[in-house]
Design a protein around this ligand. Structure first.
Ligand SMILES: NC(=O)c1ccc[n+]([C@@H]2O[C@H](COP(=O)([O-])OP(=O)(O)OC[C@H]3O[C@@H](n4cnc5c(N)ncnc54)[C@H](O)[C@@H]3O)[C@@H](O)[C@H]2O)c1
Length: 333
């Protein structure tokens, strides 16, 4: 039996943001109904190279598919001209344990993270959003922009702040290349927060980027950057004032935006309104009024990676031309 090797360029043939949003929304629905297994992620710290490797397994009986993502985080990788995060997803047949495919997970991780922010904005932001702010203008910001332009096509203006102005400039170019939006590059965080209907934070900050005093009523915040213990982008004052929703309580309280304030005792589980899947399936409410501030704390879930990778695999298999160009090996020979 053959195992397929699916490179980024193969993934990109069949994964656009619209289909990724569909996959990730079905992952949130499964999550809401608890129809999967997703044990705790493991961290392997490699101090001498300032990096870590995380493994995130999942099994979805109704598909049926199982798998695991190995995701490395090496902040010094820019010196090697490599991305900070590099991921590989193994798709495994749950009946036999046979390795169905090895899939590039770096592209999928970026796309599914953007999709999750887009879905959160669909369910939590106000209906009409004209101005969107970005604090941090890297890869996640681009994926978030793509997803937001699908779920809120009425967006007219982008405001961006990055500590490296060149990153803001490249991001501005990215936004205006496919959409008729105006982009304003601002020189401080507040410029990309105050007056925005949606604010996205995707930095590797370890201290709050801003506090509640500069957040306008009605704003929805996608807090994406903190996905490791010790990282934090929001102040506790925002999390307490806002309707705060997480993707997964267990993982968010250990690694997500809420991990630092939770372990410092500044917030408790009672400060968290829901997991996003519960809002999507209608079990809990999110926003109550147009003036509410809402926060989505995204850690990233293995089921999002697994469903997205599985859908990519199936679409490639259905297309004879794409299938014939895939690399394959017989690992068991
Ligand atoms: N929640 C998730 O599922 C998820 C998934 C992937 C990545 N992440 C996290 O998101 C963060 C960003 O990832 P990325 O791939 O976009 O990285 P990136 O390096 O491409 O971009 C990060 C950007 O943030 C900027 N920045 C850093 N500190 C800043 C600050 N204080 N104010 C403004 N800008 C600042 C950097 O200059 C850079 O342009 C990382 O911490 C990563 O671990 C989260």
């Amino acid at each position: 039996m053959q195992t397929y090797l699916i490179k980024k360029s193969d993934v990109a043939k069949v994964l656009d943001m619209e289909s990724c949003i569909e996959s990730v929304e079905s992952a949130f629905r499964l999550f809401g109904h608890e129809k999967f297994q997703m044990p705790a992620r493991t961290f392997l710290t490699i101090e001498e190279y300032n990096g870590d490797i995380r493994s995130t397994p999942a099994y979805i009986p109704e598909y049926p598919i199982a798998g695991v993502k190995a995701n490395s985080d090496h902040p010094d990788n820019y010196k090697l001209d490599l991305p900070t995060k590099i991921a590989t997803i193994l798709l495994i047949d749950p009946k036999s344990g046979f390795l169905i495919a090895v899939v590039d997970g770096t592209y999928i991780s970026n796309m599914r993270t953007g999709a999750a922010g887009g879905i959160a904005a669909r369910y939590m932001a106000n209906k009409t959003v004209n101005v969107v702010g970005f604090v941090g203008a890297g890869k996640q910001a681009r994926a978030l922009f793509d997803a937001l332009m699908i779920v809120h096509p009425e967006i007219k203006k982008i405001k961006v702040y990055d500590i490296i102005r060149k990153h803001s400039e490249l991001f501005a170019k990215y936004c205006t290349s496919g959409h008729s939006v105006e982009v304003e590059i601002v020189d401080e965080t507040a410029g990309a927060v105050t007056g925005c209907g949606i604010v996205n934070t995707s930095t590797s900050a370890r201290n709050p980027l801003f506090n509640d005093s500069i957040v306008s009523p009605g704003t929805h915040i996608n807090a994406i950057g903190a996905d490791t213990a010790g990282r934090q982008e929001m102040s506790s004052s925002i999390l307490k004032k806002a309707i705060t929703v997480v993707d997964d309580w267990d993982k968010a309280s250990d690694f997500g935006e809420i991990n630092v304030p939770f372990h410092m005792g500044e917030i408790t589980r009672a400060d968290i309104q829901a997991e996003l899947g519960e809002i999507i399936i209608g079990e809990k409410n999110g926003r109550r009024s147009e003036d509410d501030i809402t926060v989505f704390d995204s850690v990233g879930l293995a089921v999002q990676d697994l469903i997205t990778a599985w859908n990519v695999y199936k679409r490639l298999m259905e297309n004879e031309e794409y299938k014939s160009k895939l690399l394959d090996v017989s690992f068991l020979d």
